[in-house]
Design a protein around this ligand. Structure first.
Ligand code: EPZ
Length: 420
């Protein structure tokens, strides 16, 4: 099993070209099922989750090739509406294929996604929304068999009781080829939803309101192929900025999405780092010790503070002067990285959804196991700022969401290598 060996103490310095967004590329790859023809999806990150999505597309008969950060798809020979259990298990977010397959094939068989490292991952909102769109759903033996009651899915008015990103995506994917109008109230407003809708509009879809809480989709009879470029990954950006804040140094993120990163940047600047932003650049300089963040850091749906940046910011604040308090409101157990940070010398108390982080003057290297994607990245950020050497195992979690992360860190002067 591969590991990262990281020796802390070096300040990070340099420029980084941000990877394409994992959480945008995945729903866009699912959406490539909908047009009858070829799509060219550029700026796709080379991640294990992206390769899993490519395997699902090929299994459905939608040809999919990943080469040089471009995904080429051709759905003209789509032949199956069933995603095998083993492919569903590779990636929890594969549930987002359900809406696209239903939209194009009017039927779909998937597995109930298992829980993941962040706790149970229910899909009740996904299923109830599909039912409102005229889909019959039967669950048997862990499989979900969906079929339209008659003809195409029907447009519907759907109000989500929580602005779920995945449920919003599934409704959009099912609605673009449905009969009539679909209105989503309390829709998720994440930038990746806007990127998905940008791709679908390039294919001829009729969608308005994405980025706001009400999205209106007018179903079309057909969609055509397109060429599209995935937005930059704002969470990868938050990760590298947190690494520089923790280890000290100067970093310029190129092709960053500044406006979409604002909810994170507004908290990061309270730590005393110097932050400047340009049209699509973010500059950070971190000198001595960070300051603790005075206000409670509450993870919220966009445009609130992103839950995906909670762990990496916590790693940086472990070394701050003073005490910071996190409140994790999105996932049931998203503090699994704290044990590893404490093993490296951090002072963190977890009580339910609250984590109290009392800054310490130094962290020391330790042998730790990545618990999940963003938790593993937090351990890496802490290891780069710690004195001594750390070993991080189970790094397959990190490879799910960060492209060539050891190359990026080494480019910035960090001492890190991947070993078998
Ligand atoms: C997406 O997950 C992202 N994943 C997550 O990023 C991100 O943390 C999350 O949105 C929130 O921003 C992808 O885009 C692939 P949700 P998703 O549906 O769609 C509950 C990462 O690190 N819920 O908004 O699964 C759910 O359990 C990953 O890149 C229901 O109860 O998130 C969770 O507590 C992690 N019933 C909350 O809502 C449902 O039917 C938010 O989930 C659906 C969701």
């Amino acid at each position: 099993m591969q590991k990262f060996i990281v020796t802390g103490g070096s300040r990070l310095r340099g420029e980084l070209q941000l990877q394409g967004s994992k959480n945008s590329a995945l729903p866009i790859m699912a959406a490539a099922i909908l047009p009858d023809g070829e799509c060219l999806i550029k700026n796709c990150p080379g991640l294990t989750d992206v390769y899993s999505a490519a395997r699902i597309l090929n299994c459905l008969g939608c040809k999919c090739i990943f080469s040089d950060n471009t995904v080429t798809t051709d759905s003209s020979a789509l032949s199956s509406s069933e995603i095998p259990d083993e492919l569903m298990r590779e990636m929890r977010s594969s549930i987002v294929f359900m809406g696209a397959v239903l939209g194009r094939m009017k039927e779909c068989t998937v597995s109930i996604p298992g829980g993941c490292e962040l706790g149970p991952r229910p899909i009740d909102m996904h299923l109830s929304s599909m039912q409102k769109m005229g889909i019959d759903i039967r669950e048997t033996g862990g499989r979900i068999i969906c079929r339209t009651r008659s003809g195409r899915p029907k447009g519907a008015k759907i109000t989500l009781n929580f602005p779920s990103v995945g449920a919003t995506e599934n409704i959009i994917l099912c609605a673009v080829l449905a009969q009539g109008e679909t209105v989503i109230n309390n829709a998720a407003r994440e930038p990746e939803i806007c990127d998905l809708c940008g791709f679908l509009r390039s294919c001829g879809a009729d969608i308005i309101g994405d980025g706001e809480s009400r999205i209106i989709i007018n179903g079309k009879d057909k969609l055509h192929g397109c060429e599209y470029s995935v937005m930059p990954d704002r969470i990868a950006g938050a990760t590298y900025l947190s690494m520089a804040a923790a280890a000290g140094g100067e970093l310029i993120l190129k092709n960053a999405c500044v406006a979409e990163s604002e909810p994170f940047l507004s908290i990061l600047e309270q730590t005393g780092c110097t932050l400047n932003t340009g049209e699509n650049k973010i500059y950070i300089r971190s000198g001595g010790r960070l300051r603790a963040v005075r206000d409670r850091i509450r993870t919220m749906p966009h445009p609130g503070f992103p839950t995906d940046a909670q762990a990496v910011l916590m790693a940086a604040l472990s070394l701050a002067e003073g005490t910071s308090v996190f409140e994790e409101n999105i996932f049931d157990c998203r503090y699994r990285h704290t044990d590893a940070l404490v093993k490296m010398g951090a002072d963190i108390q977890v009580m339910g959804k609250i984590a109290v982080v009392k800054g310490v003057s130094r962290l020391h290297g330790a042998n730790v196991e990545a618990t999940d994607l963003r938790g593993g990245a937090a351990m890496l950020a802490a290891a780069l700022a710690a004195e001594g050497t750390s070993e991080i195992s189970r790094i397959y979690h990190i490879d799910r969401g960060y492209e060539k992360i050891e190359e990026a860190v080494r480019l910035l002067g960090g001492d890190m290598k991947r070993v078998q």
